[in-house]
Design a protein around this ligand. Structure first.
Ligand code: CMX
Length: 443
């Protein structure tokens, strides 16, 4: 058992016992009530999932095991002389629950390097796909194509005790994360660079090597990618990609199946695909207005047109957050520090000056502030990374860190399959009538 796995076992196994005892003692206590509106409205606000890796507060934003993004930028280990945290560090924090040392992240870098070999048949499968297959489709298919290597699936077929599920899920999670940069870079190079692939550089960290294989070998781009892959990693348990991964995994489908389904959810324009949509929207706006640097008044008009056409303004709004996403702010801070004069970043900031007021005036958009996706494309474009239909794959590579850590915890906790109930419209109407009747004072 590797040292990280030993640490995870030492931390998680006692907590799994504690959770069982806690549920026995306190399982009957009522947590909250929910309304018909929440049933119809996508279960928002209902606390129905157990997730330890991160927590989301509508006002404060995301915290990873209690640490905010600004704290993580300061406290997580970096490469020598580096300016951004290493994603290895956030994975350690989510899995173990404590800040890692330099040595801890070096171990993970080496371990992911050791596990990073991608089977040839995955590349052959990708090469068989038309070049206009969306990169997210290719990514999801490549993940599924590796499923034949699942140690969990093989062990389950052999017959294993449920107490050991987590051990195999851990192995799959580590192998899957280790392989993703190679798979994702392969998709990028085959789709946009005539199949001129770049061999991995084994001495680099996980994100640095990914940047290298993408073909943008620039130290500043590597730093940006380390930050990018850290801040997109997790957003508690209820977001589309985490929830989908969790649900699929709860059926004891192995981590490859689970993560592939999570990626399919991330591919939706209301979720991760919004980073592609934002850049598409900005380009359309520039074209429609005939300028690369529209005024705030012109931007306002374009937002109003988007709303009048009953389309969403991508990159704005959130199902939980009720203020500017700290992930947006971290990216803005990076750009303001390292390339404050970038035209597209300045346009993103100009939109930020205008959009919250205009969206707020509609009176129906619960959060008129920008989310993570409003900024990420502008950072990438700064480095000449202009193939924006690929952007969500980058989000997906990062999201693996959070959802795989979550899956390890779900199996060590022994969480059962997720299976909420549903209700018919007719039954809801009857329920509402009964409640209304009971609350109407008798004459
Ligand atoms: N532009 C226009 N309308 C918006 C809007 C936006 N950015 N955000 C919300 N609305 C609309 C909704 O479509 C909804 O309209 P209807 O009542 O006509 O159906 C109304 O405002 C209320 O929605 P809400 O409760 O504020 O938001 P939801 O929780 O339903 O949805 C989200 C949240 C993110 C899907 C939504 O804000 C949105 O569509 N934003 C644009 C897409 C986007 O940026 N997604 C990325 C989210 C982050 C991520 O997962 O990566």
């Amino acid at each position: 058992m590797d040292i990280l796995k030993q640490k995870f076992a030492a931390k998680a196994l006692p907590l799994a016992q504690e959770l069982k005892a806690f549920n026995k003692e306190s399982g009957h206590l009522v947590v909250g009530e929910y309304t018909i509106d929440q049933i119809i409205g996508g279960m928002k606000g209902i606390k129905g999932l157990l997730t330890d890796t991160s927590a989301l507060d509508p006002e404060l934003g995301i915290s990873f095991r209690g640490y905010s993004i600004p704290e993580l930028r300061e406290k997580l280990p970096r490469i020598p002389g580096g300016i951004s945290p290493l994603p290895e560090g956030i994975f350690y924090l989510m899995l173990i629950g404590e800040l890692p040392t330099e040595e801890d992240v070096q171990f993970i870098s080496a371990e992911w390097q050791r596990r990073s070999n991608v089977p040839e048949h995955v590349f052959a499968m990708l090469n068989g796909l038309p070049l206009d297959t969306h990169p997210m489709t290719q990514f999801s298919m490549a993940i599924l194509a590796m499923q034949n290597d699942s140690e969990f699936a093989a062990a389950y077929e052999r017959g294993i005790s449920k107490d050991t599920y987590w051990e195999y899920v851990y192995e799959d999670a580590m192998n899957l994360i280790a392989r993703l940069p190679r798979v994702a870079a392969y998709i990028y190079r085959r789709t946009f660079h005539n199949g001129h692939h770049i061999e991995p550089e084994p001495n680099l960290d996980w994100a640095g090597n990914f940047a290298h294989m993408l073909g943008i070998d620039n130290p500043s781009f590597k730093s940006m990618m380390r930050l990018y892959l850290t801040i997109h990693a997790d957003h508690e348990g209820g977001n589309g990609s985490a929830h989908t991964t969790h649900l699929t995994g709860s059926m004891l489908s192995d981590p490859y199946y689970a993560f592939s389904s999570g990626i399919n959810s991330l591919a939706g324009p209301l979720h991760g695909l919004a980073n592609q949509e934002v850049i598409g929207w900005i380009f359309k706006m520039q074209k429609a207005l005939g300028t690369e640097s529209p005024t705030e008044a012109e931007i306002e008009q374009y937002i109003r047109t988007t709303l009048a056409n009953k389309q969403v303004v991508p990159g704005y709004g959130h199902a939980v957050l009720r203020r500017t996403d700290p992930r947006f702010l971290a990216q803005q801070d990076f750009a303001k520090t390292y390339f404050p004069d970038d035209n597209l970043c300045q346009l993103v900031w100009k939109i930020y000056n205008v959009a919250p007021r205009v969206l707020g005036e509609t009176g129906k958009i619960k959060n008129p502030f920008p989310n993570v996706d409003a900024h990420s494309g502008a950072l990438l474009l700064h480095y000449g990374f202009n193939e924006y239909t690929y952007y969500t794959v980058l989000f997906g590579v990062s999201r693996a860190l959070g959802v795989m850590a979550q899956l390890c915890w779900s199996r060590v906790y022994g969480l059962p399959l997720e299976r909420p109930g549903s209700i018919t419209f007719d039954a809801l109407k009857k329920l509402a009538a009964k409640i209304n009747e009971a609350s109407t004072p008798k004459a």
